[in-house]
Design a binder for this molecule. Structure first.
Ligand code: F0G
Length: 435
C-alpha cells in the first residue's frame, strides 16, 4: 500500500490518492493527514542509518528533515526535493531559564537556527517538494510572517513563484523583509490572519495556486522531524514534557503525530506530554481545553504583541485537540508581560528568540508554580523563531517603551538600557565604573 491522504476524522477516514490537490476531505470537509505503510527497516537499524548520515556530504543527508526520510516517505522519488539544509537545530541547556521557570533543568530545541530563522523550514521543504511533484508553478500562503519568509525562500530556490498574503501592518519588518528579498509577490491585506486565510482558501482553486499553509498535510510531515531530530539528539530518551507555542496549531498536530507514530513503530517506549502555550489575547484553544463542553469558539479580534501567534481561528484545532489528549498534555495561556519577561530571560541565557517562542518559558513557569509540571521533570521547550525576527519589540522592551495591545505599559523587569556617552575617555570610564 503506497502513501495516501486520509481524512483525519475518525467517523470518516476516507482515503485519497497522495497526488490529489485537496486540503480538506472532499466527503466530509475534515482535515487531511498523510498515512504510510510501516518503514522497511526496524527502528534499531534506522536509528543507525540516520546517525551515519550526519557524516555524509550528500545534500539530502545533510538536511535535518530528509536525513529521516524513512519516516516521511510520501514521494516516489526524491528528485523534487528542495533543501536549504533545514533542521539541524541545536538542543541547548539553559540553567538560567530553568531557574526562572522553577525547574532543575531545561533545554531549548532552537528552531530559530533554521535557514530562514524559524521552524517553518522543516515543513516547507516538504510542502515545496510536493508542489514540484504535482507540477505546480505558483504557491501561496497566508502568514503572520514566518511561513511567508520560509515559503518565499523554498519556492524561489525550487523555481516556483511564491505569492504571500499578510495582514497589513501586523507582521514584523524582519519577516516582511525576508519575503521581499526572497522574491515573493507580496500582498498586504487589510484584514486579520483568519479572515485572509478564508479568502485565500476560496481563491486557491480558481487561481490554480497550491496552498502551503499548515492545513497542507505535507508541511505537517516535515515538522514531525523536529521531534525525530530532538529524540535522536537525546539518544532516543524521551523527555517528560515538550512545550511549544500554539497559534494555528499545525506544530502541535505535527509533534503529536510524530510521537504517536514513533511510539507505535517502537522508536520510543514512552510518550512525552505536550504543553501548548497561547498568548492571553489569542487563546481559543486554551478556552476549549478549559471548558470542552462549550465547544470551540474562535476569537474574533485576537490581540498580542507576539504577532506570530496572533490567530483567533486556528484551522488545525481538531488535530491539536486529539494530540494533546493523546499525550496527556495541557494547554496554558500567558500574559504580554509574562511573554516579554520570559523572552528577556532567554536572551540572558545567550540564546534569544522571538516573542511567540518565549511563551514557552512563561508557560512553564506558570505550570510549575501551579504544580502541573514537577520541578524535577525532564522538559524540552521548542523555540520556534530567531531573536532577529522582531528587533523592534526588543528595543522597546529594553528601553521601557513596550506597550501591550490596548496601551497598558509593559514593565522592563529585565531591561538593559543602552547608555549614550560623549566622545570622552574619562566620561566613558566613569560610565563603566559600576560594571
Ligand atoms: N511560533 C512562531 C515563531 C510562529 O511563526 C508560529 C506560527 C507559531 C509559533 C505557531 O505555530 O501555527 O503551528 O501553532 N506562525 C504562522 C505563520 C502562523 O504564518 O508564520 P502553529
Amino acid at each position: 500500500m503506497p502513501a495516501e491522504l486520509i481524512c483525519f476524522d475518525e467517523r470518516c477516514r476516507a482515503p485519497f490518492p497522495i497526488t490529489d490537490v485537496i486540503y480538506n476531505c472532499p466527503r466530509c470537509g475534515g482535515l487531511l493527514e498523510v498515512s504510510y505503510p510501516p518503514p522497511p527497516s526496524p527502528p534499531a537499524e534506522l536509528k543507525q542509518i540516520w546517525r551515519a548520515r550526519r557524516a555524509s556530504n550528500a545534500p539530502l543527508d545533510q538536511s535535518g528533515v530528509w536525513r529521516y526520510r524513512e519516516i516521511i516517505p510520501f514521494l516516489d522519488t526524491l528528485e523534487p526535493v528542495v533543501t536549504l539544509r533545514e533542521g539541524n537545530t541545536p538542543l541547548l541547556p539553559a540553567p538560567r531559564a530553568a531557574q526562572y521557570a522553577g525547574l532543575d533543568a531545561l533545554a531549548f530545541k532552537h528552531q530559530g537556527f533554521n535557514p530562514t530563522g524559524s521552524f517553518k523550514d522543516n515543513g516547507m521543504t516538504c510542502g515545496a517538494a510536493q508542489a514540484r511533484r504535482l507540477g505546480m508553478s505558483r504557491v501561496a500562503c497566508v502568514s503572520t510572517g514566518n511561513t511567508s519568509a520560509s515559503m518565499a525562500a523554498y519556492a524561489s530556490a525550487g523555481g516556483l513563484q511564491p505569492l504571500v498574503f499578510i495582514p497589513h501592518g501586523n507582521i514584523s519588518y524582519g519577516k516582511l523583509a525576508q519575503a521581499l528579498e526572497y522574491g515573493a509577490k507580496t500582498l498586504q491585506v487589510d484584514a486579520n490572519f483568519d479572515q485572509i486565510l478564508a479568502l485565500v482558501r476560496a481563491l486557491a482553486e480558481s487561481l490554480g495556486i497550491y496552498l502551503l499553509n499548515s492545513i497542507n498535510p505535507f508541511r505537517i510531515e516535515g515538522q514531525k522531524t523536529i521531534i525525530v531530530e530532538m529524540l535522536d539528539q537525546r539518544d532516543w530518551n524521551p523527555p517528560d514534557w515538550i512545550v511549544l507555542p500554539g497559534g494555528n496549531l499545525g506544530n502541535t498536530s505535527a509533534f503529536g503525530k510524530a510521537l504517536r507514530e514513533l511510539h507505535a513503530l517502537g522508536f520510543i517506549t514512552r510518550m512525552p506530554r505536550l504543553a501548548v502555550i497561547q498568548a492571553e489575547g489569542a487563546a481559543p484553544f486554551y478556552e476549549l481545553m478549559r471548558a470542552p463542553a462549550e465547544g470551540f469558539h474562535a476569537v474574533g479580534h485576537p490581540e498580542t504583541l507576539a504577532t506570530a501567534i496572533k490567530i483567533g481561528d486556528p484551522v488545525s484545532w481538531p488535530k491539536a485537540l486529539r494530540e494533546v489528549a493523546c499525550s496527556g498534555g495541557v494547554v496554558e495561556k500567558v500574559t504580554e508581560q509574562e511573554i516579554a519577561d520570559a523572552k528577556a530571560v532567554i536572551g540572558q541565557c545567550g540564546i534569544g528568540c522571538e516573542p511567540a517562542s518565549a511563551a514557552t518559558l512563561a508557560g512553564i513557569r506558570k505550570l510549575t508554580a501551579a504544580g502541573a509540571i514537577n520541578p524535577s521533570a525532564d522538559v524540552v521547550a521548542v523555540l520556534t523563531g530567531n531573536l532577529l525576527k522582531d528587533p523592534d519589540y526588543i528595543y522597546r522592551y529594553h528601553t521601557g517603551q513596550l506597550e501591550a495591545p490596548g496601551g497598558a505599559p509593559i514593565r522592563s523587569h529585565f531591561g538593559n538600557q543602552p547608555v549614550v556617552v560623549p566622545n570622552d575617555a574619562a566620561r566613558i570610564a566613569e560610565a563603566l565604573r559600576d560594571t
